[in-house]
Design a protein around this ligand. Structure first.
Ligand SMILES: C[S@@+](CC[C@H](N)C(=O)[O-])C[C@H]1O[C@@H](n2cnc3c(N)ncnc32)[C@H](O)[C@@H]1O
Length: 214
């Protein structure tokens, strides 16, 4: 019995340290997400401009990370609009909250999502999913579920890897053709595809629910 318990506790210690070693350091991750090189490569300002956001809109920044896109989007929608910064990582959401407060952006609302459900508090006009869809298991099912948070004619913008797919997510690799199919199945039509990002694709889809497509 004693030997059995000692073995079990060894196993738990090994498992525990494995889980801890897999957890990323939030500060390090924020530095990576906000590095000057990434901001330049992702052409954040140009992406934001291309999204054609209007004052008063409700936007979900899905997989908001450090809030790199949430903050400038909040500036554009203004006080009549809202940006839901959505993530499964509460440490990152804390950072988004703090930086939004520093910049007086009272219209940024953080939302702790589950892996399968973004839990958006209200219907939105635009969902931005930047460098995140590849981290979501079963994107096709996820996107179908996401439509219940879309207002009529809402858009979903997806930016993800085209070159240099991250090795950790090799098995989740997908192409724009895959994305087109998932979006069509979810009731969205491709509206625009931008080619100005060197390493990523950037596609915008519009929600055309079946009843209004006829
Ligand atoms: C590479 S970061 C991108 C952050 C931000 N969109 C950007 O481009 O700077 C991916 C983010 O997606 C989040 N994420 C992963 N799976 C998610 C899910 N199922 N729902 C919401 N967020 C998720 C991660 O925690 C991480 O913050």
């Amino acid at each position: 019995m004693f030997v059995w318990l000692a073995r079990l506790s060894c196993l738990l210690i090994v498992l525990g340290s494995f889980v801890l070693s897999q957890r990323r350091d939030p500060l390090e991750y924020i530095q990576i997400l906000e590095s000057a090189e990434r901001v330049k490569t992702l052409q954040v300002e140009r992406v934001i401009h291309a999204l054609n956001v209007e004052p008063g809109q409700r936007i979900a920044d899905l997989g908001a990370g450090s809030g790199l896109f949430s903050r400038p989007l909040a500036n554009l929608v203004g006080l009549d609009g809202v940006v839901y910064a959505i993530d499964i990582d509460s440490d990152l959401l804390e950072h988004v909250k703090e930086t939004a407060m520093e910049q007086n952006l009272t219209n940024v609302q953080t939302v702790l999502a589950s892996e399968q459900d973004p839990r958006i508090p209200d219907g939105v006009d635009l969902v931005l999913i930047c460098d995140t869809l590849h981290q979501i298991g079963d994107p096709s099912t996820y996107l179908r579920g996401l439509t219940r948070y879309l207002r009529p004619s809402a858009r979903i913008a997806v930016i993800d890897y085209e070159n240099d797919w991250p090795r950790r997510f090799e098995s989740a690799k997908f192409t724009v053709d895959d994305l087109d199919k998932w979006m069509t199945d979810a009731g969205l039509k491709r509206e625009e595809k931008f080619d100005f990002l060197e390493d990523n694709f950037f596609v915008i889809y519009r929600y055309v629910p079946e009843s209004s497509a006829r």
